[in-house]
Design a protein around this ligand. Sequence first.
Ligand code: AMP
Length: 386
Amino acid sequence: MIELSGPVLPGATIGVLGSGQLGRMFAIAARQLGYRVHTFSPAYDTPTGQVADLEVCQPYEDLEAVRSFAASVDVMSFEFENVPAATAAAAAEVAPVRPAGSLLETTQHRLREKTALRERGFTTTEFVAVRSVDELRDGLRRLGGAGLLKTAGWGYDGKGQRRVRSVDEAAAAWAELATDEAILEGFVDFERELSVVVARGADGELVTYGPVENHHVDGILDVTLSPAPVDDGLAEQARALARRIAESFELVGVLCAELFVTRDRRLLVNELAPRPHNSGHLTIDACLTSQFEQQVRAVCGLPLGAPTQLRPAAMVNLLGDLWADGEPDWQAALRSSPALKLHLYGKGEPRPGRKMGHLVALASTVEEAREIALRGRQALQRSSAR
Ligand code: AMP
């Protein structure tokens, strides 16, 4: 594995494995700081490729192509969590990769991730490993007869998940998930969902954003409110938890800890993402330093920036469903408030459930920001329903 001996300074080239919207916003931040950006993924004309200096289109499994890509950059990161471990390892033979591929490998598999968290003393949801319908029945009995069954790998945005309400549903649930390895989690009747984005530099410097409050619809993030309307004690607990996680996994880069607040006000770790996160998108408009700029700084070994939030903010996601009746009415949304910021990811095909962009509103209170953001999205929808 290649390690960096010093900082990678502006003017150098950063490689990104993956080519979605996270890479796009990362590339925009990197270019603002004067870096060049190369992106590697199996697709062309991608959200990242559209703003990168170079878009390489090759399968992740082509390790020779990965090595030659790595040879063209000074440091590498990833924006796509499901990059195969072998791909990250091949890249690391040639260029420094931050965060380390081992963290990627841990977090892309729900069983490995929850086990690693437990081993380090962090509290997660109750879970059992499930590799057959019999193990699912046993697991359901252990968890009180019900739970949430999720594929162990390749899960995101609520995909590969199914609620199981009784042992009688086990056979149908197992068949529906069509996997050979899954995790059964206890269903958490949470009070709210929070997340904390944490950035950690190579020298151990740490900054946090949030906690923010997240609302999901069908397992997909819908609305984020920042700061989360929780008391200072709970907010500090959430930040401290994220800092401990970043230290314990020796993070160099950005990580998001998704948390459940239980009704008795305990914090459970739901999931980790070793990269900028959808719930941190509002940091572009609302904070002195965005989560993406922080990722650039951490990966390149620059000092981190202040994460200070300038105004209360809300973000709403724009999914492909909004395109059902044609192009959404961007004019109407922007007219609805001058405090609204529109971000679109340059994706050609607006499929239902696909993240196409987001809106951010800044205001004097979080509640007001939420109303402006929702009204903006409504303006898009109203026009698309005409
Ligand atoms: P995930 O992909 O695991 O982050 O799940 C997406 C969303 O589903 C979460 O943000 C929660 O809203 C919900 N969810 C996931 N796991 C659980 C659980 N064990 N109990 C209750 N809700 C959950």
